[in-house]
Every structure is written in C-alpha cells, then in structure tokens.
Write a protein that binds this ligand. Structure first.
Ligand SMILES: Cc1cc2nc3c(=O)[nH]c(=O)nc-3n(C[C@H](O)[C@H](O)[C@H](O)COP(=O)(O)O)c2cc1C
Ligand code: SF4
Length: 457
C-alpha cells in the first residue's frame, strides 16, 4: 500500500534512486541494508542456504547493496556461534554462492569483517572457558565478559586474519568489505579512551589507539591492492558511560580525526554509527523490551560475571525500573529516525569520501532531505527493512513511509540470542501465527521471489 498524501519525485529524479559511485564500486541507489546478525549458519562457521534466503529477501526488495552481518575473521572473534565466518579458504565457494544470489537481484554485497574482542555474547564450543582477547584485561562493563590484553603476537596474528578475510571476500567475487570498527567490538576496544588502557604503542594517545585499525587497513591494502572496495564502520561518539560511573570514551572530534586517518590509509567510505557497546541506548534507537529479555537473556547468564544480575533485573518486574533508568536516561533529546545524522554530517564535512549513516531511517522524504542537504551520501537500514523487506519498492511506488512501519520496539534484537532473526512485533501482523510464518519463511526459499538455491548457482 502506498501513502499518496506525501508527493514524492519520480524515481528517475529522486536522489534516493540515484547511483552512488565509490572509488571502486557503483551501487544502484542510496539505500544499503545495514548489518543484521542472525543465527542462520553452522557451528563450524560455514554458511547455509538459510543465509542465502535471508540476504536475498532484501536484495529482492530493491536495496542497492547489502552490508553483511558480523562475519568473524577468526573463531576466537565470534559473538555467537551460528553466524557464518570467513576464517577458512574452504568457505570461499559458499560466500561466492551467496554473492551470486544477491547479484541476481542487481544488488551488491559488502562483507563485514569482524572480531568480538571482549564483547562475546555466547562463547560457543570454541571459546568456552577462556577469556577473549582484546586491548585490555578489564572486563566488559554491561555483562561482565572476561578478557585478556593481547600480546604483540596476538595483535599481529589478528591483523593478518583481517587481511586474509578481505582476500577471501575478494576471491569469492563479493563487492567489498567493511571493517566493523564501531559498536564496542575489537576495533572500538582499541580506539576508545574509555576501554583501552594499554601502555604500549597501541594505547594512550588517539594516534596509538587508532594504530590497530590503521594497521589492519594497511595489511588489507597490501594483500588485495587498492582496487577492492573497503569501508569502515565507526561510532561517531562512544557514550561509553551507559553504566553511569564508566568513562565517556571518544568524542566526535576524536572520531573526525580517526576518519581522516582512515581516509589517508586507503579506505573508500565511512559508515557512521554510535556507541562503544552493543546494544547501546542509542543503537539501535527505540525501545528495549525487558519482558522479552526476561525469556531470552537466560542464554547469556553464564557468559559474563554480571549476567545473572542482569537476568534478575529483566526477570522481576519490580526490579525492571532500575535497568530502565540506566538504559533510557541516555536517550533524552535524541530522535529515533536519523539518530546519528548530525554526527555523520560533521564527519562528511571533514573527509572526501562518501559517508553512509545508520539509525532509525524509515521515511523517504527524511532520507531525501538528509542526502540533498549534503549531510550524507546514503543511508543504511536494518530494522525497517526487517519489518518491510520491500520498503525500497514501496518508496519507488510513491509511498513516503510504509503502511505497517517498524515500531522500533527492538523485539527482533531481544530475540537474537535464542531465536531466528525476523520481526517479532505481533501488532504488525494479523495474528501471532502470521508473524511466526513470516519469521520462518527464511527457511524456505520463496518461489515468488525466485531466490536461487545454492545448488543451482
Ligand atoms: C538484530 C540486530 C542485529 C544487528 N547486527 C549487526 C551486526 O552484525 N553488525 C553491525 O555492524 N550492526 C548490527 N546491527 C546494527 C544495525 O546494522 C544498525 O546499524 C542499527 O540497528 C541501526 O539501524 P536501524 O535503526 O535501521 O535498525 C544489528 C541490529 C539489530 C537490530
Ligand atoms: S521487531 Fe519488528 S517492529 Fe520491532 S524493531 Fe524489530 S523489525 Fe521493527
């Protein structure tokens, strides 16, 4: 259904549908599917037909490019087992099949190279009973995940793993890679003044804290050359004091400086996000359903030393106001749609690279204005596309916002540790059964979308 109340330009004149040219890549429009992790793959990191079905839903829906979920470059860098990895050459043909499926809808595929560092939600069999490796030996602050500071040898090994991961993505015929240097994962743990307490050349001043990221960019360029698209996702502001007594972490000015170094090191684009942990009150923006967490967070009780405490705060309604206060105090004064737009604008003004921004986008006229005003070159969208896989097609047909919008309830996020990814907002569906059918549709290729089977590619 389209909302004809709001006039919209014909796609041919509409900046949303104008191609975006990066140095090494052209994307047909300005809408990128933002990264969305989901437990769709095998324990050994090999990807499945289910993931091909999942990504194809968005490609069929009209996005210009898909930026993959978090893809670990090493088994010790996983967040949750069951997400596809890129740590073995044997997986190259599987990624190639996924790429071909997405390309068959004329969309591009950018693979997000990642490492959890200490932000490891569910260790899985490979990481059980051992602290994760990061910039510090101080435990993570929200769940209390334990960790150990990397040695120089560990750092070197990890830099090399990122370069190998980029090479495998290129060998698979994918269109580029993104370094997940946002949202509290390993790169953030080096970048953030609120987390990194090293005293060697990888800690201390901003230049030292950025060294690990810049070394990885250098290693990737050395391995794949300058002709392969490489973008970097950065949190514009850390706001690391979600737990009120923690340090605030990096400021916007510091991230602007990091973005300039990233450009000089050879990156092709910046993808702007927010926060030094994930989830964070401002990412994804919106609600936090503590009642849903009460039935899914038990999977994480033993992951960190604060897991049981958090579970009690979610489980008992009388205790929920405590967590509610901690979480919601930071949201005051921030919009949901375009929550990081002004920060992205500041970064764009300082670099000569295309800038993408994520956070709450769902209205065509708002996105048009963000791009036309020179604030950003494109937007990336996660939840509104989970709710409406064909959102881009709805805009092309003249709608300004979808008939059944994403409510930003974050129930998809709260279900992530245990259940398949999908929209869990029952109010958006005619019935609970209809909602479950839609979630489960990822397990069977949809004939109407002609999603190719991996065996046919
Ligand atoms: C369930 C879920 C999983 C996500 N997984 C990732 C991820 O793997 N990597 C990443 O960089 N961001 C991830 N994000 C963040 C999104 O890519 C996006 O930046 C954020 O949700 C804000 O955009 P939105 O308001 O359009 O959802 C995830 C978000 C959600 C809700
Ligand atoms: S559960 Fe559905 S409506 Fe709620 S935030 Fe996720 S996609 Fe949007």
């Amino acid at each position: 259904m389209t909302d004809l109340a709001m006039p919209s330009p014909a796609p041919v004149d509409d900046v949303i549908f104008r191609p975006l040219h990066f140095r090494n890549l052209t994307v047909k429009n300005r809408i990128f599917r933002s990264n969305i992790s989901g437990i769709f793959d095998n324990q050994d990191g090999s990807l499945t037909q289910t993931r091909i079905n999942w990504e194809s839903k968005f490609a069929a829906g009209g996005v210009g490019a898909i930026i993959s979920s978090y893809v670990p470059v090493l088994m010790e860098g996983r967040i949750i087992a069951g997400y596809a990895t890129i740590h073995r050459d044997e997986f190259i043909p599987l990624w190639a099949k996924l790429g071909e499926a997405v390309h068959s809808f004329d969309a591009k595929y950018i693979l997000q190279l990642s490492h959890s560092g200490r932000q490891m939600d569910l260790p899985g069999v490979h990481n059980q009973m051992r602290p994760s490796l990061t910039s510090t030996s101080n435990k993570e602050t929200l769940h209390g995940f334990l960790c150990r500071a990397m040695t120089k040898g560990d750092i070197e090994h990890t830099i090399n793993a990122f370069a190998e991961g980029a090479w495998r993505a290129r060998e698979a015929g994918l269109d580029g890679v993104e370094l997940h240097a946002a949202n509290g994962y390993l790169f953030t743990q080096f970048l953030s003044s609120g987390i990194n307490d090293r005293t060697d050349e990888y800690g201390g001043c901003l230049q030292n804290r950025a060294r690990f990221l810049l070394d990885v960019i250098g290693a990737i360029r050395a391995k794949v050359g300058s002709g392969f698209h490489l973008q970097v996702k950065l949190s514009a502001i850390d706001r690391n004091n979600v737990i009120p007594w923690e340090k605030k972490g990096n400021t916007l000015d510091e991230t602007v400086q990091v973005a300039k170094w990233v450009e000089a090191a050879g990156a092709d684009a910046i993808h702007v996000s927010s926060g030094s942990l994930f989830p964070h009150p401002l990412n994804p923006p919106g609600d936090l359903p503590l009642d849903v967490l009460a039935v899914t967070y038990d999977a994480m009780i033993s992951s960190g030393v604060y897991g049981f405490r958090n579970f009690l705060l979610f489980r008992y309604p009388l205790l929920r106001p405590i967590f509610h206060w901690i979480w919601f105090r930071m949201k005051k004064g921030h919009p949901v749609e375009g929550v990081s737009l002004e920060e992205a604008r500041a970064i764009k003004a300082a670099v000569n690279l295309p800038v993408l921004v994520t956070g709450g986008f769902q209205t065509a006229s708002f996105i048009r204005e963000a791009i036309n005003s020179g604030g950003v070159d494109a937007v990336s969208i996660a939840r509104s596309l989970v709710a409406n896989n064909d959102l881009v097609k709805q805009w092309a047909a003249g709608a300004d916002s979808p008939a059944r919008p994403c409510t930003y309830c974050n129930k998809c996020l709260a279900n992530a540790p245990k259940n398949p990814m999908g929209c869990y907002e029952e109010a958006r569906f005619p019935s609970r059964e209809a909602m479950i059918d839609e979630i489960m549709s990822v397990y069977k290729p949809r004939a109407d979308m002609r999603i190719p089977l991996a065996s046919e590619l």
